[in-house]
Design a protein around this ligand. Structure first.
Ligand code: FPP
Length: 235
């Protein structure tokens, strides 16, 4: 099996998964969180080098206060547990998105986790938190404009690679395969720049049920695609 280097996943369907079981949405998020832990092990076992997941979007603040608070509690405990998962999988963890919106203790846990895991090299794990691709581009372009204003960069430097260095994903190759669970077929503002040539795989399976066998199915789909880069048969 030809394993993609970089898999990106839009984690979706926690709420519907819970509803189908007559449980509150927050139970679905808890199970979704547990599944994220096991998928990291699976991804590493399969030899995938990069995993990026969309866990909380800039839009997700609009959910009920109760749900947002439950998600924050989950992030708090997950970020701490993730130290062990990072060590177990020798994985470097990076948060992409604007973390300044989170409470200070969450930001501190993020910094601690990133620093703790920074030298691990078996798996590179990106978690998108308070992430929106347009927001990422706006933040990046503001920094670029500042660098041009201060003389650190010139408009002549601007090309695709240069723009990439101002994105949250700087230094990380573009995803080869994007998976979205739960039957939705939208990008929802995830990695718009980075997904330009990526293969998409959609499945009806809700995120808490997306296990290693489902991941293997997605990779098999990826293997069967006739991948073409460049101008010939793009699109
Ligand atoms: C989508 O399901 C899921 C989310 C918006 C939150 C994702 C969170 C997790 C997987 C849990 C923990 C993650 C971390 C990083 C600790 P949904 O609520 O949109 O489900 P629905 O579409 O069925 O309502």
């Amino acid at each position: 099996m030809n394993v993609p280097d970089h898999v990106a996943i839009i984690l979706d369907g926690n709420g519907r998964w819970a509803k189908a079981k007559g449980m509150p949405r927050t139970y679905g998020h808890m199970k979704g969180c547990a599944n994220l832990e096991s998928i990291c092990d699976d991804v590493r076992d399969l030899g995938i080098k990069y995993l990026s997941v969309y866990a909380f979007s800039t839009e997700n603040w609009k959910r009920s206060r109760e749900e947002v608070e439950a998600l924050m509690r989950l992030f708090r405990s997950y970020l701490k547990r993730c130290l062990k998962i990072a060590e177990r999988n020798q994985m470097r963890v990076k948060i992409i998105g604007d973390i300044s919106a989170f409470d200070e203790d969450i930001q501190e846990s993020i910094r601690k986790l990133e620093d703790f895991s920074k030298d691990y090299k078996d798996l590179y794990f990106q978690i998108a938190l308070n992430y929106g691709s347009r927001d990422e581009i706006v933040r990046g372009m503001r920094r670029m404009a500042e660098d041009i204003r201060s003389g650190k960069a010139s408009p002549d430097n601007i090309d695709e690679d240069f723009i990439g260095t101002y994105l949250d994903t700087a230094g990380i190759p573009d995803p080869d395969l994007l998976i979205r669970t739960s039957g939705e077929m939208r990008l929802s503002n995830f990695l718009l720049w980075q997904l330009a040539y990526t293969e998409f795989y959609f499945t009806d399976v809700y995120w808490p049920d997306f296990d290693k066998a489902e991941l293997v199915k997605a990779i098999e789909y990826y293997n069967n695609r006739d991948r073409r880069y460049g101008g010939v048969k793009e699109g």
